[in-house]
Design a protein around this ligand. Structure first.
Ligand code: ADP
Length: 260
């Protein structure tokens, strides 16, 4: 196991932040960032909490697009970056700091020092919850992040597909290894309801997440369908909990927010 010797071993405690909650997945592309964004906005707007969103998915930061933030953060006199707020959530992302199409080919230690920059060198102010959009997977960087950030808990996102659930189990085990409580499993892309005839299709299978949750003693805290409006919200930078707050999907995100 490589050790990140460029950093001291102390925790990356973020001043003024009560709880840090990670949104994680064993696999990329399962909807982790979509979940993190909608959850953060729901926590702020529905639960009335002071919320931050730290996009630690340094390899493929999605928060700038999904939260429609395209400017660079300003810096305070004592050289701290000021997170950029939209939809009531204070956001920080590596995507604010690098050029849009630049390849991000970092090795583990660089990922950790970027994370240190985005946690310690940011003027978060007082926050009830900081939602952490983790990089996908269960490698060194993810493990170190989970250890250092003093997480209050983690939510695992998976599709109902077997290959995604196998990796989700790895995620659960990774957090257990570093004593981070799992707040629950969220099944994303659980079902597609045809907008024409209303017939449901279970594109990625059905029942898998419920079974995995039961087997691992976890709570299934949300089942989010596949919907064009969720995808559109991500691409257009208006999360569905903002554009359609009374929709069934938004209610599902609100329930997750209320459960964490
Ligand atoms: P991850 O963070 O796991 O890599 P993303 O949240 O970036 O995944 O999602 C990948 C893509 O899938 C995004 O373009 C997003 O718009 C889309 N997407 C995610 N969840 C849904 C959903 N429930 N319905 C429709 N599209 C979705």
């Amino acid at each position: 196991v490589r050790s990140y010797s460029v950093l001291s071993n102390d925790q990356l405690r973020i001043n003024g932040v009560k709880d840090v909650i990670a949104v994680a997945s064993g696999k990329g592309g399962v909807g982790k960032s979509t979940t993190a964004v909608n959850l953060a906005v729901a926590l702020a707007n529905k639960c009335g909490l002071k919320v931050g969103l730290l996009d630690a998915d340094v390899y493929g930061p999605s928060v700038p697009t999904m939260m429609n933030i395209h400017q660079k953060p300003e810096v305070t006199e004592d050289m701290k970056m000021i997170p950029i707020e939209n939809y009531g959530v204070k956001c920080m992302s590596m995507g604010f700091l690098v050029e849009k199409d630049a390849p991000i080919v970092w090795r583990g230690p660089m990922v950790m020092s970027a994370l240190q920059k985005m946690s310690r060198e940011v003027d978060w102010g007082k926050l009830d919850i900081l939602v952490l959009d983790m990089p996908p997977g269960t490698g060194d960087a993810q493990l170190t992040m989970s250890q250092r950030l003093q997480l209050s808990g983690a939510l695992i996102v998976s599709t109902p597909q077997d290959v995604a659930l196998i990796d989700a189990r790895r995620g659960v085990r990774m957090f257990s290894k570093v004593q981070v409580p799992i707040l629950g499993l969220i099944e994303n892309m659980s079902c597609f309801k045809c907008p024409h005839c209303g017939e449901p299709s279970f594109i990625f299978g059905t029942g898998g997440a419920r079974k995995t949750a039961a087997e691992m003693g976890l709570q299934l805290v949300g089942e989010i369908p596949i919907e064009v409006d969720i995808r559109k919200g991500c691409d257009e930078g208006i999360p569905i909990v903002v554009s359609a707050p009374d929709s069934v999907v938004s209610k599902a995100y609100h329930d997750v927010a209320q459960n964490v």
